[in-house]
Design a protein around this ligand. Structure first.
Ligand code: NAD
Length: 472
């Protein structure tokens, strides 16, 4: 298969192109290198109709067969990770090795979810009656994915939705449509027609989807602002929603850490994928006793890390994925400069039209500064000093977001106590960015609604059905 041309949607198991296309830009060069279909309303209707027709059969396919097919989807990703990785780098910007890891990780994820089976609860099994609650699929799922982890975050939806017996119409971000389109092509011979439709398009397509009456559920990953619009649109006909949204994650570094041991881990917990991670550390609170030592170590790592085109050997951090996000990050940097904040910047960035931003540490800015209060979603990390642990927990929790957080300390009991007081869906202690298919993941407060992963994530694609049988 040619991964570098002929990008078509998958509707009813067939390749479908559109009258119009959307340009796909390589963020390392700022140049358009491919075109993706711009789905029309009629094509979206056809995708939903196909998924609806397929649901009638798919929901009755024995779960073991659905699990086997989802496992096979995982095999396909693993087998094609190498070939897809270069395309991934071209459209997303991340260095090729890390791109390959995402695709392989998504393959392993699909295989893990393929082992999950919803439970059956028996409330009564007596001579007079049997009362049993089992879980049934919902129908056609609308899946909308972001650009920062375009393959894995899409597969986090595909795997549980299909195991549960739903069918799907999946829309990747217009900034990163190509790998998802190619995965759709790879799966045309594997999944029955209509089970997984893949559509791409511009800014109209998402709202068309969330307003479409044919969907029973929306599974959305993206920003909090868009998540609110999705929920509003879903309310009209009470579609179920799962929303995985933004975060402004705090990490708390206690004075007993070994700085040489933790500095690299903290650095990449903030800056991996050029800091475009929902669960990246975005506010780094450091005890005053170790503040200077950690700041100097992080600044030294920033100087040594190569920022560049992900296709080039040795690149560690790629560009910001798209112009819109680049402008936003630059605006936050301008705001920091305008307010005389101290910026410690890392290695030089390539010249040219690529969307590169130097790794930037902001040295102890005021708590109220925009760079602390807002989700940058780019390589600007505010480091803030603290002296009192109760005070720092209050500062960490003083946010509308509640996605994840981290605690760094040698004192496990103290770290656990801090972790339990953090108002977030995930807390890491002496590690970060670790997520697993068998463990629920979701945001508290305005970081989300519902969860993905784990049995809880699978059940978000199902509804309980209680059957009461009279006996005797
Ligand atoms: P975004 O909200 O701009 O877009 C996400 C998706 O929604 C895209 O596919 C987009 O085309 C679509 N969309 C845009 N407007 C829409 C509308 N009105 N109706 C329906 N769909 C619409 O987000 P983004 O910039 O692609 O991603 C970055 C954001 O995602 C960050 O805030 C990040 O924290 C968050 N994120 C969260 C998680 C998580 O699991 N919690 C994971 C990754 C990213």
């Amino acid at each position: 298969m040619d991964f570098h041309s002929d990008y078509a949607m998958t509707i009813d198991g067939k390749a479908v192109v559109s009258p119009a296309t959307i340009p796909v830009i390589n963020p390392a060069t700022g140049e358009t290198f491919a075109q993706a279909p711009d789905c029309t309303r009629e094509q979206l209707d056809a995708a939903v109709a196909s998924a609806k027709a397929a649901f009638k059969t798919w929901r009755n396919v024995p779960i073991a067969e659905r699990q086997a097919l989802v496992h096979k989807v995982g095999d396909v990703l693993l087998a094609n990770a190498e070939a897809l990785a270069r395309l991934f780098t071209q459209e997303q910007g991340r260095p090729v090795d890390a791109a390959k890891q995402e695709i392989q990780g998504a393959g392993v994820w699909l295989q893990a979810v393929a082992k999950m089976t919803p439970p059956v609860h028996v409330s009564e099994d007596s001579p007079t009656q049997l009362i049993e609650t089992r879980y049934v699929p919902l129908g056609v799922v609308c899946a909308i994915a972001p650009w920062n982890f375009p393959v894995s975050l899409a597969m986090w939806k595909v795997a549980p939705a299909l195991v549960a017996g739903n069918t799907m119409v999946l829309k990747p971000s217009p900034f990163t449509p190509l790998c998802t389109l190619k995965i759709g092509e790879l799966l045309r011979d594997i999944l029955p027609p209509g089970v997984l439709n893949i559509v791409t398009g511009g800014d109209d397509l998402g709202p068309w989807m969330t307003a479409h009456p044919g969907f029973a559920k929306i599974s959305f990953t993206g920003s909090t602002a868009t998540g609110k619009r999705v929920m509003e649109s879903a309310a009209k006909d009470l579609k179920r929603v799962t929303l995985e949204l933004g975060g402004n994650d705090a990490a708390i570094v206690m004075p007993d850490v070994d700085l040489d041991e933790v500095a690299q881990k903290i650095f990449f917990g903030a800056f991996f994928n050029s800091a475009q991670i929902c669960v990246a550390t975005k506010r780094l609170y450091v005890h005053e006793d170790v503040y200077d030592g950690l700041r100097d170590r992080l600044a030294a790592i920033a100087k040594a890390v190569k920022v560049g085109d992900g296709a080039e050997q040795g690149t560690v951090l790629g560009p910001i994925q798209n112009k819109r996000q680049y402008d936003r990050v630059m605006e936050l940097l301008d705001d920091a400069r305008a307010n005389d904040l101290t910026l410690l910047q890392g290695a030089a960035i390539p010249e040219g039209a690529g969307y590169f931003v130097p790794v930037t540490i902001v040295d102890n800015p005021p708590e109220s500064s925009r760079v602390v209060q807002e989700e940058a979603f780019g390589p600007i990390l505010p480091m803030l000093k603290f002296a009192d642990v109760n005070d720092v927990i209050d500062r960490a929790n003083d946010s509308d977001y509640g996605l994840a957080g981290a605690v760094w300390s040698k004192d496990v009991e103290k770290a656990l106590d801090i972790a339990r007081r953090m108002e977030t869906g995930t807390v890491w202690i002496n590690q970060n960015l670790n997520l697993r298919p068998d463990t629920p993941f979701g945001g508290h407060k305005q970081s989300g609604f519902g969860v993905e992963n784990g049995l809880d994530g699978l059940l978000e694609f199902m509804a309980p059905q209680s059957v009461y049988l009279a006996r005797g």
